[in-house]
Design a protein around this ligand. Structure first.
Ligand code: C5P
Length: 232
């Protein structure tokens, strides 16, 4: 696997999760969610550097999570996710030509998906995991259906998303100059007119957003633990 660096945006305050602390610090099976996410990447030798963007007010929590993880550093997050990643990008080591970006709140990402993603980035320069949509999607405005969208062309985007480091730097510079705000990183590369490859995502790689997601993630992590114990 080609060596890569990883940026984890973990500076959100997670108001939708119904928790009293940001969701990335909520303990699940006695470890903060962020630690679960980090642990998968820590095990991968090709992952040479991990930059975690944290809200300055929550830096102490972030420090507690990364204690003992040598390849992990913290940077200050920004107002929006995009600002947090821009701060992380400035710290990437020059010799690492592939950058992955992964949400702190997706703790059930598999090493297999990361491997497939790295291969796709090495080949195409930019790649993201996607999942097909099961339901019919409508465009709605002012309580009126405007249009039914063609479902066979619609997918949801996950992280990790992977990029050639120079391409991502260019995309962020362009977004800054033109005031582009994206809800993911690939959309900033798309705004440059560059192609992004789509690879199959994983249905278990959920983004913890709502209160019910904590239960699902706990169940998934528990079954993962049971599988790795029985393999020992
Ligand atoms: O808020 P949302 O669930 O979309 O956040 C996705 C990821 O981006 C989370 O891991 C969150 O901590 C991070 N984020 C960030 N800086 C912000 C807002 C969100 O790093 N200002």
């Amino acid at each position: 696997m080609t060596d890569f660096s990883l940026i984890i945006p973990a500076a959100g305050l997670g108001v939708r999760s119904g928790q009293s602390l940001p969701k990335q610090y909520v303990p699940i099976l006695e470890r903060p969610l962020l630690e679960w996410t980090l642990s998968t990447f820590i095990e991968i030798e090709a992952c040479r550097q991990i930059i975690v963007a944290v809200d300055p007010e929550w830096r102490r929590e972030g420090e507690k999570v990364i204690t003992g993880f040598v390849k992990v550093v913290l940077v200050d997050g920004g107002k929006e996710r995009q600002d947090s990643i821009r701060n992380g990008l400035s710290r990437i080591k020059d010799e690492l030509s592939i950058v992955l970006i992964h949400d702190a709140v997706r703790p059930v990402v598999s090493p297999e998906l990361i491997g497939r993603l790295i291969e796709a980035v090495a080949e195409h320069g930019a790649a993201i995991p996607v999942l097909p949509i099961a339901e019919t999607v409508k465009r709605v405005r002012a309580e009126q259906v405007l249009k039914t969208l063609p479902r066979d062309e619609l997918y949801t985007a996950q992280t990790p998303q992977g990029f050639d480091a120079n391409l991502l730097r260019r995309a962020y510079e362009h977004a800054m100059k033109k005031g582009v705000q994206g809800t993911d990183d690939a959309s900033l590369v798309e705004a440059l007119g560059e192609r992004v490859a789509a690879i199959p995502g994983e249905s278990d790689n959920i983004k913890v957003t709502w209160p019910v997601d904590f239960e699902r993630v706990e169940w998934l992590l528990r079954s993962q633990q049971a599988t790795s114990k029985s393999a020992e």
